[in-house]
Design a protein around this ligand. Structure first.
Ligand code: SF4
Length: 401
């Protein structure tokens, strides 16, 4: 049973990772668990027979200086130095079989004046931890469950676009919210969006501040050292050029990450968060901006007019107009929408495509949403399958049913 919405990418979440994976990252507080002898240090290699030193192509001096624990000691040092404020290092006194355990040798190597020892009385019970609950909750493939879930979830444009691509992808990603690790592109996108938001909130907009904020937010993302390095270089270049190109044109009256929690639309509610709303005049006529951090696309691609193009981007702007038209009695009147690429194209030009959304467009989108509601309520997508080898959802479906 899935009771919680699990958000793997949230910056306020606890991030689970290996010591190797933590390289290059920094956190306020770091917890290193399982620091017992044999796990951290003094690893017993059961399958290896200790060979006499003469077998190695090393002289005696080299062998004497060689400590098999050195690599692990260095790794623990890496993990410890990820903490900006505090490190919590824990070890159990006994294993599950009741055998006493010793603390890792590395703990005794830390300057004792830096350590505060705090015994705990937590007793882990293996059976309690791993036995499945007697109440397994509803069957996620029951019609009633799916319809209830759908009606209690507000529909976002990402959900709608996913549904139009494949209803099962929508079912797993947007309804069940199966946790997925953020890939490096999404992590990069988050850092760029956050940095641009901070830039517009700042009293003095300058490129240095934009880059500093980008660097700060990128560190918070869970990236390998190589991906972090690559994203940092890419972002700094793109953002400094982007700032140079547009900073003299930006107005001051903007709403940032404007959240529209719920707008009723027949049987369901729709929701959205708009990257930037530029207020054009006193009559609250606005231009809506959506940043894109991926490859710069052509206008026809954004409209879904080229082969394999989905038209998701223009649909996103129509969805935002539908939201604004129906929010707070139409307080903000969307005159235009822009897809703003914060990444130059192959010719090193920044693309920004503006669209004017007509009432006809929102009417059409309403019909699409109504159709989606009907299809989900009647589970019309139930028998849909395809041969997409890159998609694992149907495999998952077969394995659960
Ligand atoms: S395999 Fe095809 S039908 Fe199944 S979820 Fe993926 S895209 Fe949809």
């Amino acid at each position: 049973r899935l009771e919680a919405k699990i958000d793997i990418g949230s910056k306020n979440a606890v991030k689970l990772m290996t010591a190797h994976g933590s390289k290059g990252l920094e956190f306020e507080n770091v917890f290193i668990i399982g620091l017992f002898d044999g796990h951290w240090g003094n690893k017993r290699k059961r399958t290896m027979i200790k060979l006499p030193n003469s077998i190695y192509a090393l002289d005696d001096q080299a062998i004497a200086g060689r400590d098999e624990n050195d690599d692990e000691r260095r790794l623990l040092f890496v993990a410890m130095t990820r903490a900006k404020k505090q490190i919590f290092m824990t070890y159990p006194l006994k294993n599950y079989d009741g055998r006493e355990l010793l603390p890792s040798m590395f703990l005794s190597e830390i300057n004792s004046s830096l350590i505060q020892v705090r015994p705990t009385d937590i007793v882990l019970d293996k059976t309690l931890q791993f036995e499945p609950s007697a109440d397994m909750g509803p069957n996620i493939y029951e019609k009633e469950f799916i319809v209830d879930l759908f009606k209690s979830n507000n529909l976002s444009v990402t959900g709608l676009n996913n549904y139009l691509e494949c209803p099962w992808s929508y079912f797993y990603n947007n309804l069940l919210r199966i946790p997925r690790a953020k890939d490096k592109h999404a992590a990069y996108g988050t850092a760029v969006h956050n940095a641009l938001r901070d830039l517009f909130l700042a009293k003095n907009r300058n490129a240095d501040y934009l880059l500093e904020q980008f660097e700060r937010y990128l560190i918070e993302e869970r990236l390998s050292e190589a991906d972090h390095r690559e994203s940092l270089a890419r972002g700094k270049k793109a953002l400094s050029e982007y700032f140079k190109k547009y900073n003299t044109n930006w107005g001051n009256k903007v709403l940032l990450e404007y959240n529209i929690p719920a707008v009723e639309l027949g049987d369901i509610k729709i929701t959205g968060k708009i990257d930037k709303i530029e207020i054009l005049d006193k009559g609250n006529n606005v231009n809506v901006v959506d940043y894109k951090t991926g490859r710069a696309k052509t206008r026809n691609e954004l409209m879904g007019k080229t082969q394999n193009a989905t038209g998701n981007e223009r649909r996103q702007l129509v969805f935002y107009k539908l939201l604004l038209d129906n929010y707070k009695n139409g307080l903000y009147k969307m005159k235009s929408g822009e897809i703003d690429f914060v990444q130059p194209d192959a010719k090193n030009n920044f693309r920004k495509e503006q669209f004017f959304i007509a009432d006809e467009d929102t009417k059409e989108l309403r019909e699409v949403i109504t159709r989606m509601v009907d299809e989900i309520t009647d589970l019309k997508f139930w028998d849909k399958h395809c041969d997409n080898k890159d998609c694992q959802y149907c495999v998952l479906r077969k394995s659960i049913k």
